[in-house]
Design a protein around this ligand. Structure first.
Ligand SMILES: Nc1ncnc2c1ncn2[C@@H]1O[C@H](COP(=O)(O)OP(=O)(O)OP(=O)(O)O)[C@@H](O)[C@H]1O
Ligand SMILES: [Mg+2]
Length: 364
């Protein structure tokens, strides 16, 4: 399966279908390395997300694609043309910065028209495109307002309209929702996906919010300390993390180090035993909260006693930290009203190993 997708990856590469391609790109600031040997490609119309903790090099990578930062080494190609040393305006990209960066003294319409004016578009054509873009982001009635008279979400949409007005082949978005409240964020995600699909633009999207990455992306690039940890679809990244870092960064999980016996059974260093058919050798078991369930008679799996160490109520579910045979595991479930487990309670649970990921410690 992995090999198949590798073959497909190679085939896509050979066909040069990447609209944006970074080859062995690094950025050094004196002694410190912001981005280290990053290679990645975004396909036509794809929404590719750069995800990782603060300071891992996401903005620097995006700015190297836009042309605001010059790589120390490596190349950046857009539409198969080497753009590494080209200025931003030659790159056919539109960028939305984290702060939106609208011009405060210009109206919404003037902001959206800004790039077109620089290109000396005729007035009538300019006005037509501005109207089209404001319709696209569903704010045609705000054309004459100043940015200061808009809400954060409206400013975000105007920044998007401004970036899209030039019909760039590549759209670059740096945490565009970071200033929005939780509900608006979710709505903007859906709207942005629709707008992007409507204009069929290749998009690189930076976030450190895993939920945003999982819900919006075609593929996710997980970065850590300037390097790429894993590239994959949201499903691949969540279900089949290739490193402990990725497993830990995407979603809640418990990581248990241990050894898989010759018969496929995993024994954690703390003493927890899980019968499976994993490949023998040292490994790390990734146990997601939803893989731990209350044991019921007739259920698959082995019953284990679990003592509740912490209990957090989230409304739709309760998350518990459990002590199972000396190992600490996180579980999430919905309990009937009035029957939420308390610290010190002992539960009878089972660990579902069906889709459990084992990260092999052996060098690949
Ligand atoms: N102009 C600069 N001079 C020196 N170091 C820099 C410069 N720009 C970025 N860095 C460093 O490079 C690293 C990567 O920064 P970058 O802004 O790309 O991170 P990020 O992943 O976007 O983080 P965040 O999520 O906080 O925005 C950081 O350690 C940062 O301090
Ligand atoms: Mg950043």
């Amino acid at each position: 399966m992995l090999n198949l997708s590798k073959d497909r990856e190679t085939a896509v590469r050979d066909a040069n279908e990447f609209v944006v391609e970074l080859r062995s790109v690094s950025k050094h600031y004196g002694e410190s390395i912001a981005v280290a040997n990053v290679s990645l490609g975004a396909r036509r119309g794809e929404l590719l997300c750069l995800l990782g903790p603060s300071g891992c090099g996401k903005t620097t990578t995006l700015r190297m694609v836009a042309g605001f930062v010059e790589p120390t080494s490596g190349t950046v190609s857009i539409n198969d043309i080497d753009m590494t040393r080209q200025p931003p305006y030659r790159r056919d990209t539109g960028m939305v910065f984290q702060s939106y960066a609208l011009f405060p003294h210009m109206t919404v319409a003037e902001n959206v028209a800004f790039g077109l004016e620089n290109l000396k578009w005729a007035r009538a054509e300019r006005e037509e495109r501005v109207k089209e873009m404001l319709r696209l982001v569903e704010l045609p009635h705000l054309a004459e307002r100043l940015p200061g008279q808009l809400s954060g979400g409206q400013q975000q949409r105007i920044a998007l309209a401004r970036a899209l007005a030039m019909r760039p082949s590549v759209l670059l978005l740096d945490e565009p929702f970071s200033n929005l409240d939780a509900q608006l964020r979710v709505r903007m995600r859906e709207e942005l996906r629709e707008v992007i699909r409507g204009v069929d633009v290749t998009t690189l999207f930076v976030t450190h919010d895993q939920e945003e990455a999982l819900t919006m992306s075609d593929r996710i690039v997980v970065m850590n300390a300037g390097r790429i940890e894993q590239v994959g679809t949201p499903g691949e990244i969540y279900e089949a993390p290739s490193t402990s870092f990725v497993a830990k960064f995407i979603g809640w999980c418990s990581l248990l180090d241990g050894i898989v016996d010759a018969d496929g059974t995993f024994r954690s260093s703390g003493g927890l035993c899980l019968k499976g058919n994993w490949s023998p050798g040292p490994g790390t078991a990734v146990i997601r909260p939803e893989q731990i369930r209350l044991f019921s008679h007739g259920a698959k799996g082995v019953a284990q006693n679990a003592r509740v160490l912490q209990s957090h109520y989230y409304g739709g579910a309760t998350r518990l930290l459990l002590d199972v045979n000396g190992e600490q595991l996180t579980m999430q479930d919905r309990f009937p009203f009035g029957r939420h487990p308390k610290v010190g309670d002992v539960l009878n649970i089972t660990i579902c190993i069906d889709d459990m990921r084992m990260i092999s410690a052996a060098p690949s």
